[in-house]
Write a protein that binds this ligand. Structure first.
Ligand SMILES: [Zn+2]
Length: 140
C-alpha cells in the first residue's frame, strides 16, 4: 500500500482544486470549508469569519451568470422541446411551466457556480488570492 506522497510525488498540490470548488459551490470558504462565502445571496463576504481568508480579491465577474445560463439552457430547453413533442401542450402552458422552472434553476445555480469559480481562483492563486508578492501586472 502506498501513501499519498508516493502516489503523487513531491509535486502533489497543496490545495486540492476539487475540494475548493465543492466548498465554494456549497457557499463555504474554499480554504477552511467552514466560514460563509457570501454575506447575502451572491454578495461575497469581505473575509472568511472562521479562518480570515481575504475574499475581496476574487474576480468572478461575468463567468457565473454565463455558466448559469449555459446550464439552465442546456437542461430546460431539451426538456421543453421533448414535452412539446410528446404532449403538444398549448403555448401558455409551456410558458407557465418552463419560465418558473428556468427562473428557480438560475436562482439556485448562480451562487454555486460563483462559489465554485471563486474556489478555483483561490486554488490557482489568481487575482487577489495571489498574495502580496504577486506581480500586479499579471492581472492587468
Ligand atoms: Zn475560511
Amino acid at each position: 500500500m502506498s501513501n499519498a506522497s508516493e502516489t503523487y510525488g513531491e509535486a502533489a498540490p497543496e490545495k486540492p482544486w476539487l475540494t475548493a470548488m465543492v466548498r465554494g459551490a456549497r457557499g463555504k470558504c474554499p480554504r477552511c470549508g467552514e466560514g460563509s462565502l457570501y454575506s447575502s445571496y451572491v454578495k461575497t463576504a469581505p473575509q472568511c469569519a472562521e479562518c480570515g481568508l481575504d475574499l475581496s480579491g476574487h474576480r468572478a465577474d461575468d463567468a457565473p451568470p454565463y455558466i448559469t445560463t449555459f446550464l439552465v439552457g442546456h437542461i430546460t430547453i431539451p426538456l421543453a422541446l421533448a414535452s412539446k413533442q410528446l404532449f403538444d401542450p398549448p403555448l401558455w402552458m409551456q410558458f407557465a411551466v418552463w419560465l418558473p422552472i428556468m427562473a428557480v434553476s438560475a436562482w439556485a445555480i448562480l451562487p454555486a457556480s460563483k462559489g465554485a469559480l471563486i474556489g478555483l481562483q483561490w486554488v490557482n492563486k489568481m487575482h487577489g488570492f495571489a498574495g502580496p508578492d504577486a506581480d500586479p501586472a499579471a492581472d492587468a
